[in-house]
Write a new protein. Structure first.
Length: 317
């Protein structure tokens, strides 16, 4: 009887050892010249360590792995192009180390299992195209670094961020559809004066902004659908003097409850540029405006009067 108990106990211990010993070991592998990675098959944890950039073929290295937990340690300086492309199985909050200064195209594209806040480290100057596109699970705050100058095309497309969007003072370019349908944002939308380019659909259909809105001095064009359906802003919409072109549907269906004040250098106002907005009072079209597109003020039911300048040549039907 005693020998049987010993035998059973030995079998149990071997099983436990296999489950939590050998089965949980991680092998350290090279990742380029300066980094290493380890992958624990039991916990599905990928850990990246070392000093330097991820190599260009990072995606090839990780594409067959099923990653539940991702750990990027201090010392890693870049997230490579497509590094975690469509790894929707990665869960939890992604914590980028302070050492990261580059986030390349498609870096976390389709990582819909990520959630919580996204904090981009100080030192990052550009978030490249599609970097976090399809990360709908990101449901906390977006914190952008003061060093950021460029946000690439569709970088945060349809992400689920909440709270106020604070754009850094050095930002120069906001690419096409960067924040398209990021419907959780609220509060003010203040575009810093450093911004020179706002591309098509940049803030389209966010819907949730409910504070004040401010455009930067120095920008010369409001692109197609750039701010269409952003939300219910309070106060006036002031178009800076530097703006010459207001694109089609640029501000369509926003709930401004103040006046529309157009800059003196505007020459072209696109189709449906202000349709559905809640402006009140009188709108004065500057002398330099030569073209107004069709349905520009469609459904602007609170506008009492529109005064046209002498330079107007075309009102489209």
């Amino acid at each position: 009887m005693k020998s049987s108990k010993v035998l059973i106990l030995g079998i149990v211990m071997i099983g436990v050892s296999m489950m939590f010993g050998c089965g949980s070991k991680s092998t350290v592998n090279p990742l380029g010249d300066n980094l290493t990675y380890s992958y624990n098959k039991h916990s599905k944890t990928l850990t990246i360590s070392g000093q330097g950039d991820m190599p260009e073929d990072t995606w090839e290295t990780f594409r067959e792995l099923s990653i539940k937990h991702l750990v990027i340690e201090e010392g890693v300086t870049s997230i490579a192009k497509s590094a975690f492309y469509c790894h929707s199985e990665i869960t939890g909050q992604i914590k980028l180390p302070k050492s990261v200064n580059k986030i390349e195209d498609f870096a976390f594209y389709g990582c819909s299992g990520l959630d919580g806040d996204l904090i981009i480290p100080e030192g990052v100057t550009k978030i490249s195209d599609y970097a976090f596109r399809g990360c709908e699970g990101l449901n906390g705050k977006l914190v952008l670094p003061s060093t950021l100058t460029d946000i690439g095309e569709e970088a945060f497309y349809k992400a689920g961020f909440t709270g106020e969007l604070v754009l850094p003072e050095k930002l120069e370019r906001i690419g096409r559809a960067v924040f398209y349908e990021c419907t959780g944002f609220s509060g003010d939308l203040i575009i810093p004066d450093s911004v020179k380019v706002i591309e098509d659909y940049a803030f389209a259909y966010i819907k949730g902004f409910d504070g004040i809105f401010k455009l930067p001095e120095g920008i010369d064009e409001i692109a197609f659908c750039a701010f269409s359906g952003c939300g219910n802003f309070k106060g006036d919409l002031v178009i800076p003097k530097s703006v010459t072109v207001i694109g089609d549907s640029a501000f369509g269906y926003n709930g401004f409850d103040g006046r529309l004040k157009l800059g003196t250098d505007v020459t072209d106002i696109g189709n449906q540029a202000f349709s559905g907005c809640g402006f009140i009072g009188k709108v004065i079209i500057p002398e330099g405006v030569s073209t107004i597109g069709y349905a520009t003020f469609k459904d602007c039911i609170n506008i009492e009067e529109v005064e046209f300048g002498d330079g107007l040549q075309v009102i489209s039907e």
